[in-house]
Write a protein that binds this ligand. Structure first.
Ligand code: G3I
Length: 619
């Protein structure tokens, strides 16, 4: 039923009685689910039906079943929901499961921006089984978005879902009205913002990692062209992508093939005059076992150090030759010759690596750098690259290695991966690390190679923005010795750390600039990024007990016996099964909520009661 069809008097009663929170704008929709669910749908293959099994008010509600994931649920869309407006939405939710006493439901909104769907968690509430809870929020939808909807799901879980995360959801009494008290959002147009590469052009290159699949998205390529003048392949130039086992076995010499995925990224760089970082030659990971085995066999004996060095030289030579022959115009300006060779805590060389197992010392790194210097183009600088570089014992290990290689003329610098978190490290920790690395020599070069900052626990976008700002200011201070700063991913949605809403980059899933972007280009961020877009952040509501818990489809309820005796209602369950039952007065007010374990007599004054849809008369 659409409330627009109700009389003005009825409408005003409903609004003042249920809302009373803010000045109301136009009512967009309301549903009591007594006659229709038009406008509602699932998010995947859920079944949505009107049911008399339960109701918050009236006789029916909406039941969402056949949920395959925590994010499956009931979603409502309406042509009345417009971009650039704010809306208040509320509904009542309930679940029933006698074994699962509490469950978290989430009210969310979603919309499309620049072709990408954005999901906004509006509110999470903890519900007790069998009780109806009101869940509500106001959200401002940005300009230019489409496909707006509200939905109810279980608390989103990326991993470790159980059947409890897919329980049926009951929804009732949903309504939505425009909230004219909240100003519409003026979204920043990504085309109008300052280019990162231009902003930092005096200081260093701005890079991003790229995976081939992103090149087929116009929004991604536009973003990269605007903001970046350096690209690192996220996976496409790692040993497992380059080494060609078939050719190698056929020729008896290490062969490298630049496959179509890798070539696509290199061609993109050439077409758009973007410089290229090579990542990586020698790594314990993503390097096939056969590379270390006799006769290049999948399962063979490992080579000795001398033979492995011959193979290492062939490999390094083959990589540089393959790049220059496949993509002669590529501006290959940097290469991570060795990646992640050290343990974190100053434990020296990583033990569990084919490289360290064969060499038993650090000399594979000296050899790799010597060969890289021999075969790399003259203007391609060579780096040792690692993470947790700011942990002091690891800084020392990296320093000692790079100092030796630098003094021997085979290494140009340190790659500081910089996979950070809002909680650690601080800007001062990074300052100390940079100073230590700069003391390697006058011409040492530093590159920030994989920067991202996760937001976890109670940290916020503002904390992330502050750390990004502190770091970029620090990089500018040392710009004479920092030649590029690469972010590990273009936008939050493609980051290797995208899970659990860690949103580690400068741009969100829709490639829109975040607070952190504005922090590093030293511009004022628009209000929608600084203000909380969700109004009424009240604590978890109390359950709304006016409503009926009826025979929800639960095995334990099937053989339930309910009857009246003098002064008591008797409730019996088969096989001592546990059930939750609500008893109501005839006018709908609840008398109580009881958990019955087989048999119970509940004393009540004489009168007529409703228990599980039945009228029970107590004398
Ligand atoms: O391409 C295969 C696909 O065919 C297969 O079906 C699928 C199944 O898991 O895997 C796909 O490969 C994945 C690959 O990314 C491409 O998406 C791998 O499983 C996955 O492990 C790999 O993760 C990469 C990771 O390095 C591997 O170590 C990340 O994308 C990449 O961001 C990450 O980057 C590393 C840097 O190289 C070094 N520093 C740390 C950084 C983050 O871990």
């Amino acid at each position: 039923m659409n409330l627009k069809k109700l009389s003005a008097a009825a409408l005003s009663i409903l609004l003042t009685s249920t809302l009373a929170l803010a000045q109301t704008g136009e009512l967009i929709f309301s549903y009591d689910f007594e006659s229709t669910k038009d406008g509602w749908s699932g998010r995947q293959n859920e079944k949505l039906e009107l049911t008399g099994d339960a109701a918050h008010n009236g006789k029916q509600c909406l039941k969402v079943s056949n949920r395959q994931a925590s994010w499956n649920g009931g979603m409502v869309k309406s042509d009345g929901l417009k971009a650039g407006h704010s809306y208040y939405f509320e509904c009542y939710v309930m679940y029933y499961n006698s074994k699962h006493k509490t469950h978290k439901h989430q009210l969310c909104a979603s919309y499309k921006l620049n072709g990408e769907t954005k999901y906004v968690d509006l509110r999470t509430i903890t519900c007790k089984s069998g009780y109806w809870y009101k869940v509500y929020a106001t959200i401002s939808f940005p300009n230019d978005v489409t496909d707006i909807g509200f939905y109810v799901q279980s608390l989103y879980k990326e991993n470790n879902e159980t059947n409890n995360d897919r329980l049926d959801i009951y929804i009732d009494d949903a309504l939505c009205y425009e909230d004219t008290t909240v100003a519409p959002v003026e979204m920043v147009n990504p085309d109008s913002i300052t280019s990162l590469k231009d902003y930092y052009s005096k200081y260093f290159k701005i890079g991003t990692s790229v995976s081939t699949y992103e090149l087929s998205k116009e929004i991604a390529t536009k973003h990269i062209k605007k903001h970046c003048n350096s690209i690192t392949c996220e996976n496409e130039t790692k040993p497992d992508a380059l080494l060609d086992q078939k050719k190698t076995q056929a020729t008896g010499k290490v062969c490298v093939t630049i496959n179509d995925n890798t070539k696509a990224i290199m061609d993109f760089c050439v077409e758009n005059d973007i410089a290229f970082r090579g990542h990586t030659l020698v790594w314990y990971s993503q390097t096939p076992d056969w590379f270390f085995n006799k006769d290049f066999k999948d399962n063979g004996t490992k080579l000795n150090k001398t033979d492995m060095s011959i193979r290492l030289e062939q490999y390094v030579q083959a990589v540089f030759e393959a790049i220059s022959s496949t993509c002669p115009n590529l501006k290959l300006y940097a290469f991570d010759v060795v990646n992640e060779a050290f343990e974190n805590d100053g434990g020296g060389i990583r033990g569990w690596s084919n490289w360290s197992n064969i060499y038993k010392d650090e000399s594979f790194m000296d050899s790799a750098f010597t060969y890289a210097r021999k075969y790399a183009p003259k203007n391609c600088k060579l780096y040792y690259n690692d993470y947790n570089e700011y942990m002091t014992k690891k800084t020392d290990d990296m320093y000692n290695l790079v100092k030796r290689l630098y003094d021997n003329g085979v290494c140009d610098g340190v790659g500081m991966q910089s996979h950070l978190d809002c909680s650690y490290p601080t800007v001062d920790d990074v300052r100390t690390t940079i100073k230590k690395f700069l003391s390697i020599g006058d011409n040492i070069d530093l590159q920030v190679t994989e920067l991202d900052i996760t937001i976890k626990n109670n940290y916020t976008d503002k904390d992330q923005a502050a750390l990004y700002k502190g770091l970029f200011d620090l990089y500018v201070e040392h710009a004479d010795h920092i030649s590029s700063v690469t972010l590990w991913g273009t936008s939050d949605g493609v980051s290797w750390r995208k899970e659990n809403n860690q949103r580690p980059l400068l741009f969100d899933d829709s490639y829109s600039p975040k607070l952190s972007y504005f922090a590093v280009v030293h511009e004022d961020a628009p209000e929608y990024l600084t203000a909380d877009p969700i109004k009424y952040p009240a604590p978890d509501p109390e359950p709304d007990v006016i409503g009926k818990l009826l025979s929800v489809n639960d095995e334990a309820l099937e053989n339930l016996k309910i009857y009246g005796k003098t002064g008591v209602v008797v409730i019996e369950t088969a096989n001592n099964a546990k059930v939750d039952v609500c008893i109501f007065q005839i006018d709908g007010r609840m008398v109580g909520h009881y958990t019955i374990d087989g048999y119970a007599e509940i004393s009540l004054p004489s009168g007529v009661y409703i228990v599980d849809k039945q009228k029970i008369v107590i004398m």
